[in-house]
Each structure stands twice: as C-alpha cells, then as structure tokens.
Write a protein that binds this ligand. Sequence first.
Ligand code: ATP
Ligand code: MG
Length: 423
Amino acid sequence: MSFKVPRGTQDILPGEVEKWQKVEGVMRHLTNVYRYPEIRTPMFESTELFQRGVGDSTDIVQKEMYTFEDRGGRSMTLRPEGTASISRAYVEHKMFGNPDQPVKVSYLGPMFRYERSQKGRYRQFVQFGVEAIGSKDPAIDAEVIELAMRVYQESGLKHLKLVINSLGDQEVRQAHRQALIDHFAPHIGEFCSDCQKRLEQNPLRILDCKVDAENPLTASAPKLTDYLNEESATYFEQVKMYLDALGIDYVVDPNLVRGLDYYNHTTFEIMSTAEGFGAITTLCGGGRYNGLVEEIGGPESPGIGFAMSIERLLLALEAEEVTLDTEDALDLYIVTMDDAAKLKAVEFASSFRARGISADIDYAGRKMKAQMKAANRLEAKYVMVLGSSELEEQAVNIKNMETGDQEKVPFHDVVNYLLTHKQ
Ligand code: ATP
Ligand code: MG
C-alpha cells in the first residue's frame, strides 16, 4: 500500500521551508512595527459561525467548507478564513471594552477549503492577515492597505497592482441590488446555475462569478460606484486621499466585489502583474466589514482587514525570479576518525550549539572521506577533523572551507575561535 498527501495539500520540505520562514519573518516584523500583535484562534469553530460570519451565499459556505459532526453531535467546520473567528474572539473577550480602539491583531496559519485544486489554489493553505476592529476612520483603511503592500515589497516583489473599490453602505447596496436584479433578471437563463441562485440571494456575487466573467451583461451591469450616497462617496474619497498621501498607487475597479458577504465600503485586492504568474493573479484580498461583529452578537464595531496566502506570495516571487536570502548555512562539521574522537565530537557539538554555533557530526558510521563529502554537501563553513593525535595534543585544525585556510586551535579556545570567525 502506498500513501500520498491528500489532494490539494502539500509537504513543505527542508530546503523549501526556509522560504516560508523568511517571508513569515517579514510579516512578523511588519506586524510589530505597525502594532498588530498576533492572535491565535482554534483551527475549527461551530459551523454556524462561518455561515453567519462569512455569509450563506458565498462560495466558501455553499461548497468549500470542511464540515463534520463531532462525537457530541455538534456541527463543526475547519476554519476557511480568519475574520469570523477573530470577530468571535473580539466579542467573546469583550475587546470592544478596550479603551484603545481599534483593536489591531494579526494571524498566520492554515485555512481549509474544499476547492478544485490547481496552481495557487489548495485545500489547505496558509493565510497571513490582519484585522482592525472598532474604528471607521478611513486612515485605518489606508494603514491596512499599506501594510499588505509592504509585505510584498519587503519580500522583494516589484510587479504589483492595487485595485480598490467601494461597496458603499447598507442603503447603497440595497438600491444597487435592485438595479442588478432588474438588469440580470430578463437574461438569467444565460447564466450558470450558481448565478441563477445568486440573483435572489445576492446578485452582487454574479459580478464575481468565474464561470460567467466573459458575459457582456457582466461588464454592462449597473456600477456600485454610481449608486454611492454622499456618506459613502465621502468615505471613499478620504481613503483615496490617505492612499495618495502615503504615495500608494491604485486603480479603481467598480466591478471589484470580492467573495465574502460581509464586506462594505472599502474593498481591495493586490495582484501580481508579473509575466508567467499564471491564471490566478490575486495575491491578497481585503476590505471593510462594518456590521459583521453585530451579526455575530456583539455591539456595533466596524472593522477592516485583509488576508493573503503564503503559497501565492511564493509563486509570485518565483514568477519574478526573486531569490530569498535564507541564511541557513552550517557553521561547522566535525569529522571523526574513531570511537574516542566521536565521544569528543559529541561533547564539542553540544558545547558549540549551546553558544549558538550550528554544528553537525556523522551518525552513519561513515569513513572519514565520506564524512568530508557530507560536510561539502551540507556547505559547512568550517570543518574540523578529530582523531587520536588531536586528542593527544588537545588541539585541532579548523579549516575554513571557503578559503581553504587552516589554523591549529587548542581545544579550550575552539568555541571562542568559532564565535569570532564564523560570521
Ligand atoms: P479567489 O477568488 O482566488 O478564490 P477568494 O476571494 O476566495 O480568492 P479570500 O477568501 O479573500 O479569497 O482569501 C484571501 C487570499 O487568500 C487570496 O487572495 C489568496 O491569496 C488566498 N487564498 C484563498 N483561497 C486560496 C486557496 N485555495 N489556496 C491558496 N491561497 C488561497
Ligand atoms: Mg475562493
């Protein structure tokens, strides 16, 4: 019998995982300087939280959730996204009572969606995201967008496009909804079965349909931006004003509606414009969700956030041929000649590691020549060979593998020698 990873999931092996750690480092650094400390919520929640928090008419809730009944008969779902859980935590821990609003948090972890797997689309993927809950200041929208852009820029991407739109408020969406129904209803037979359901449930989502994207009625549909009331229009202008002040370029796309039901006002996506990135060009999606916290039982607490997957960020880095500087070099390999030397090597390795010097030794009983080859394969910066004469002399030659230089160092000086030379 042979086993394989489940479809849509992947093993991330040493050699590849360093790239993940590198970009995660960029994210951790930025969430620190922007003050979005990490929050960790469970990997599964009650199904109803996502039905309410993500929205019943979304693709996520309708066909992508990993839902199961636990042994107590409760319906639970592996989290498909982060915002619903964080909003739940915000309410559950009464963070709305915190004197400093908005509450700003970030998260980094796996999400689960039963999707048709393809390049850039997985069933388990890792999302990094932030949320700022408890403020409807347009300046926070701009801050959140800037933070997302910085993640990509500081990871080394150059070919980026920021697309923004406003979905307006409840009143705007109601008026626009009716206009959409009037527009699509006479021709709905030409659309896919999902869109036929969307017409009544949430006609806005027809604009986001991947199947009917090319239908000319989609392009000619009434634009939300034409329906913005004064308050929504002013809010959108202010967001743009802050983006301009931050020197962030953007394109306004009136058809950008995004997949989640709870979005309103600001919505945005960051795309890769790199050639060869493939069909899926969206790296990051985000937006404002005033009303979500109330939907799940909290007081009025307007929020904004974004989510991006590490998988797509790494694909974009590949498309732009950016090499990440992953600095995982091995400082020292200890080659041993016999059992007595091995005993000393084990002791040495322990004391080096205690001082932060990375060290490795042979555990496969290989001959010295094979050990030297291993040291080369591992790209050790230094190699020392321990044998009976070294033990007798209590000194060892340390070889710099890059320059080929060797120096004899007494045992008691080896740690200091490596600490001063290893950089
Ligand atoms: P798409 O239109 O690509 O399906 P979405 O609207 O479902 O995206 P969101 O739910 O907003 O995406 O998720 C935000 C980000 O998470 C996406 O921009 C993308 O970077 C990432 N993402 C979403 N689904 C997947 C997936 N199945 N595999 C990898 N990354 C994903
Ligand atoms: Mg999706």
